[in-house]
Design a binder for this molecule. Structure first.
Ligand code: SF4
Ligand code: SF4
Length: 56
């Protein structure tokens, strides 16, 4: 399962450069492409709003 970004996202952009497979796109909230995400968790670690969570 891919990680997901919730409405808690404040569109700060911090997660964007952290993704090794460029699965994150700008937006409000930002969006993770589930077909690209490899569940590495790097983006969730840096999000100041704790808006990124493992998918279920
Ligand atoms: S979990 Fe890893 S691969 Fe998935 S969007 Fe976040 S940084 Fe990218
Ligand atoms: S780091 Fe968190 S708050 Fe910032 S753009 Fe990414 S998901 Fe949104």
């Amino acid at each position: 399962m891919a990680y997901v970004i919730t409405d808690d996202c404040v569109a700060c952009g911090t997660c964007l450069p952290e993704c090794p497979v460029e699965a994150i796109s700008e937006g409000n909230p930002y969006v993770i492409d589930p077909d690209k995400c490899t569940d590495c968790g790097s983006c969730a670690e840096v999000c100041p709003a704790e808006a990124i969570h493992p998918g279920n």
